[in-house]
Design a protein around this ligand. Structure first.
Ligand code: 5GP
Ligand code: ZN
Length: 115
């Protein structure tokens, strides 16, 4: 299940990452290629490949994912200015790692529509 997943390896501490939050269900760490002054990835420890695989049993987990991202935005001082939460699904969205991750982007103005 978790065989060749990069983010499962980060969860298992087999690959290093700059971890900023960890609890029983979630991990958050700095994106290796930041696209904004704040660019964190918030992930469930449970391996879920894409948003298409989220099921009823994951509702609490997904809620906690967003709550943790918002808490991190507050902690980084970007809550009031604003920030963007992004979860890409499948190739045309730009998804490259197939373990769901919520991008927390902020610290600069965000544009719309996204590229
Ligand atoms: P996606 O393109 O799938 O939405 O996002 C994957 C993100 O993971 C990218 O922003 C990329 O920079 C980040 N990433 C890829 N490999 C690593 C890694 O080994 N460590 C960390 N911290 N981030 C990574
Ligand atoms: Zn995984």
């Amino acid at each position: 299940m978790t065989h060749d997943c990069l983010f499962c390896k980060i969860i298992q501490k087999k690959i290093p990452a700059r971890i900023v939050h960890e609890d029983d269900d979630l991990l958050a760490f700095e994106d290796i290629n930041p696209q904004a002054p704040v660019h964190l990835l918030v992930i469930p420890k449970k391996h879920i490949a894409t948003t298409l695989e989220i099921g009823p049993e994951d509702h609490g987990l997904i809620g906690r994912l967003f709550e943790a991202a918002s808490a991190l935005a507050r902690a980084r001082g970007i809550a009031e200015r604003g920030f963007r939460l992004v979860m890409n699904t499948n190739p045309e969205s730009g998804q490259t790692v197939y373990h769901i991750h919520l991008h927390l982007l902020g610290g600069r103005p965000m544009h719309w529509p996204p590229g």
